[in-house]
Design a protein. Structure first.
Length: 276
């Protein structure tokens, strides 16, 4: 008589999930084993990616990735993602860890890295059409073009994005200010009625940026945003939010999609102001 299939409870912690992956890895079919080998070094991706994006990263069909989630005790991808989101910051690899992973996974070659980053950049740019609509981009461009002053805020990795926008606005004569600390705005009451705040934050999200966006919106000032996940709290404060997905290379992300998108936005805003 066949034994009834074991019914697994969903892991209640990330440590429990990792232990279960280790225990079951060798007994899994090839495709599920392929799924199970990926998360240990890329737990952070599950927190901010769709099941289709994770399946593509692993190299399997989305249906296979769903079976993998169920094989380790989850009802589906959403339940596993909820667990990882609650612990996202704890499991985002440090730069030292990413470099160690790079050394373990491949022979170091600058040419190979260039090719990998170029491919990742190409995929990121192609994904823009799936995450950004022309209508939303047009609404944000019009809203920014009508502003008295455009305030740009992006901390940590996001600073390079707003810095580039600030440079473009300066060259095209658009009143804009780049803030590298939220206190620069809060301390001087710099955001006035008729201004616009454009806030950029990527996972793990900047608490300072989120707090500033929320406080600015509460004062009745229009806030627009850019992030890499629909789960970002910025969506609660901003009138409109743009979402970009950046493909990774061993945990490193070049901001190809974000830079391209915001460059197009800056040029559009400048052209609209010139016409008015």
């Amino acid at each position: 008589m066949n034994k009834p299939a074991e019914v697994l409870k969903a892991p209640e912690s990330v440590s429990e999930l990792l232990e279960r992956l280790d225990d079951r890895l060798e007994d899994m079919p090839k495709r599920l084993k392929q799924c199970a080998s990926f998360p240990r070094r890329h737990l952070h991706l599950i927190a901010v990616s769709t099941v289709s994006e994770m399946a593509r990263a692993v190299g399997v069909a989305p249906s296979v990735y769903m079976r993998f989630c169920q094989a380790v005790g989850f009802s589906g991808y959403s339940e596993m993602q909820d667990l990882l989101r609650s612990k996202f910051t704890d499991f985002r690899p440090t730069y030292d860890t990413r470099l160690a992973n790079l050394s373990e996974e491949r022979e170091l070659s600058t040419g190979r890295l260039l090719a990998d980053f170029a491919e990742a950049g190409h995929k990121s740019l192609l994904s823009l059409s799936n995450t950004v609509t022309s209508d939303r981009l047009d609404r944000i461009a019009r809203g920014m073009a009508e502003a008295r002053v455009i305030h740009l805020v992006g901390l940590r990795r996001a600073f390079s994005v707003v810095s580039n926008m600030g440079y473009l606005f300066e060259k095209m004569g658009v009143p804009a200010s780049v803030h590298f600390k939220a206190g620069m705005i809060e301390g001087h009451g710099a955001v006035l009625p008729g201004d616009v705040l454009f806030a950029v934050t990527f996972a793990p999200f900047s608490d300072e940026t989120l707090r500033l966006a929320k406080a600015t919106a509460a004062r009745g000032v229009t806030v627009f945003g850019l992030t890499d996940s629909g789960a970002c709290p910025l969506v609660e404060s901003a009138r409109e939010v743009l979402i970009v997905r950046e493909d990774e290379v061993i945990g490193f992300r070049a901001l190809n999609a974000a830079t391209t998108l915001t460059t197009a936005l800056a040029v559009s805003v400048s052209a609209l102001r010139q016409r008015s």
